[in-house]
Design a protein around this ligand. Structure first.
Ligand code: NCD
Length: 304
């Protein structure tokens, strides 16, 4: 069974296959009135089971399913409205939901929840974010965006900025970047929000050059091809609102290379000033749109 649990499960060949499929879908999907010609998911049902808030991930999965001719059932606030309130275990919930649907997209508060769900599921589980663990489908669309914006992923210099400790999109993106050659990574975070040691060890084992630092000044001095900003994940720190200290303002744009790609998984807060949006290098809304094509490609792979 083809579960999608971690970004580390993809090799370069599979990534290229997904991205080529996403390219084809993107070109055919330009006109919503024409619909999608493939109808790969016709007669199939997807369940989206979300225990944490989401806008893009859930809606783009459901839109992807719908554009492929399939349909979805959903609990968007499962912590409050599913039987978990009554004390049902995740394993029991998954056993039941997987008897209704052909694929289950799960977002959960706990790291490892998707892997655990896969053990009691009759159908593929897609990890749509497991606590501070991973978010593999976001990383796929992130890498697809880098490829679309720059033409290739080999040799890219990527600054990862913000809450590297809790940012699950960062964790998954690191696994995917490691599949490409000559990649260089800059890890930029407040000292107490640095990348978990399992990931710094992983980067060292792949011999990927890494620079660890804590200021935007160092980002500008490094001349990155990609600046990937993230928000502080307050929900992993007891919901204490903490202001970002690593921020990109429009006055900073002059310090970034002309061809730099500015990315963010969204939702953004103060870490990217709204004034940056109009700059041609600001790719985060194109990145969010790419989520649709990449998730369509993943569902095509699943149902083909
Ligand atoms: C991310 C997530 O949920 O991890 N959002 C998303 O899926 N686009 C990033 C975040 O919430 O900060």
């Amino acid at each position: 069974m083809y579960h999608i649990l971690t970004a580390s499960q993809f090799d370069r060949k599979e990534l290229e296959k997904i991205f080529n499929c996403a390219d084809r879908l993107k070109n055919r999907c330009g006109d919503p009135l024409r619909g999608n010609p493939f109808l790969m998911a016709q007669g199939r049902l997807m369940a989206t089971l979300f225990y944490e808030p989401s806008t893009r991930t859930r809606l783009s999965f459901e839109a992807a399913m719908s554009r492929l001719g399939g349909s979805s059932i959903s609990t968007e606030n499962a912590s409050e409205f599913s039987s978990s309130v009554k004390g049902e275990t995740l394993a029991d919930t998954i056993r039941v939901v997987s008897s209704y649907a052909d694929v289950v997209v799960l977002r959960h508060t706990s790291k490892g929840a998707a892997k655990q769900a896969a053990e009691s599921s009759r159908v593929p589980i897609i990890n749509a974010g497991d606590g501070a663990g991973e978010h593999p489908t976001q990383a796929l669309l992130d890498l697809y965006t880098i490829r679309s914006e720059l033409g290739e992923c080999d040799g890219v210099k990527v600054s990862l900025v913000g809450d590297l400790r809790n940012g699950r999109t960062i964790h998954s993106l690191i696994y995917l970047l490691s599949r490409y050659s000559d990649v260089k990574i800059q890890l930029v975070s407040p000292d107490d929000l640095s990348l978990p040691v399992e990931l710094t060890d992983y980067l060292a084992s792949c011999k990927i050059p890494c620079q660890v630092c804590n200021s935007m000044k160092e980002v500008f001095a490094w001349n990155p091809d990609v600046v990937y900003m993230t928000r502080i994940q307050d929900e992993r720190m007891g919901f204490q609102k903490r202001q970002a200290t690593l921020c990109l303002a429009s006055k900073d744009l002059i310090n970034l290379p002309e061809k730099c790609v500015i990315m963010h998984p969204l939702p953004r807060r103060e870490e990217i000033e709204i004034g940056v949006d109009g700059d041609a290098r600001a790719a985060y809304f194109r990145q969010a749109e790419n989520g649709l094509y990449v998730r369509m490609a993943l569902l095509c792979g699943l149902f083909s």
